[in-house]
Design a protein around this ligand. Structure first.
Ligand code: ZN
Length: 233
């Protein structure tokens, strides 16, 4: 038993769950999970196809990116994950995919507006999209700058309220308190992106959902007086 076996197992499960949800093709995408007490992050290795991934392949690094456990090279997006963990101190896991609908909005450089109650149920605001990166940032430390691009976008937003972002020209990143919620958010984002795209195709002049309806739906699920689902006993 290695010291970080359970953390590696969580990261492995998160990666495989996203894969089984059909959000990851070939070696695209990566999920990581952090143990804040130990100060380490477990992430998918670079370039390993999901069907041949094993828990022991997961790489464990400290927050400076030094490998603590593992023989494979970590995902090339690791520096982006580390920037997110450093800035968003309450998050426990990060997921990155190139799932097609969310990626299409990211490539278009467009935030996903709240067009219906499916979106409002989870999020009362649009899914934000970063600005496109400057040449210097791309050439310098691209993956770290990708992280900064996200944290800059959240300068005026709450990463606790909005657990997802589109990186312009690239694709989505999601996070959550647990690896399960980070994965859930990736699946959810893809669904919201798909529905919003179809809506905008059917009616290119569609307006964002009325504020009253957004608030009604969001509060029914999340507010102090939420009444969706079964009461907890
Ligand atoms: Zn990517």
């Amino acid at each position: 038993m290695g010291r970080f076996d359970s953390l590696k197992e969580q990261a492995y499960q998160g990666n495989m769950d996203l894969y089984h949800h059909g959000l990851l093709l070939f070696t695209f995408g990566n999920v990581s999970v952090i143990d804040r007490q130990a100060g380490v992050v477990a992430i998918k290795p670079s370039g390993v196809p999901y069907p041949s991934l094993h828990p022991q392949d997961i790489v464990v690094l400290d927050l400076q990116g030094h490998i603590v456990e593992g023989v494979l090279k970590p995902s090339s997006d690791t520096p982006t994950h580390l920037v997110l963990y450093q800035h968003f101190t309450g998050i426990g896991a990060v997921a990155h995919t190139h799932s097609p609908y969310a990626t299409a909005w990211a490539q278009a450089g467009r935030a996903i507006p709240v067009l219906g109650t499916t979106h409002a149920d989870y999020l009362p605001v649009p899914v934000p999209c970063t600005a496109f990166m400057e040449d210097e940032a791309i050439q310098k430390a691209y993956e770290i700058e990708t992280g900064h691009q996200i944290t800059r976008t959240f300068a005026t937003l709450s990463e606790q309220e909005i657990e997802m972002v589109l990186v312009a020209g690239h694709g989505p990143f999601t996070w959550g308190k647990t690896v399960g919620s980070a994965v859930h958010n990736s699946v959810l984002l893809e669904e919201l992106a798909k529905i919003a795209l179809w809506t905008a195709q059917i009616n290119p002049d569609v307006k964002p959902l009325k504020k009253t309806l957004i608030e009604k739906h969001h509060r029914r699920k999340h507010g102090l007086n939420a009444y969706y689902g079964q009461a907890e006993s």
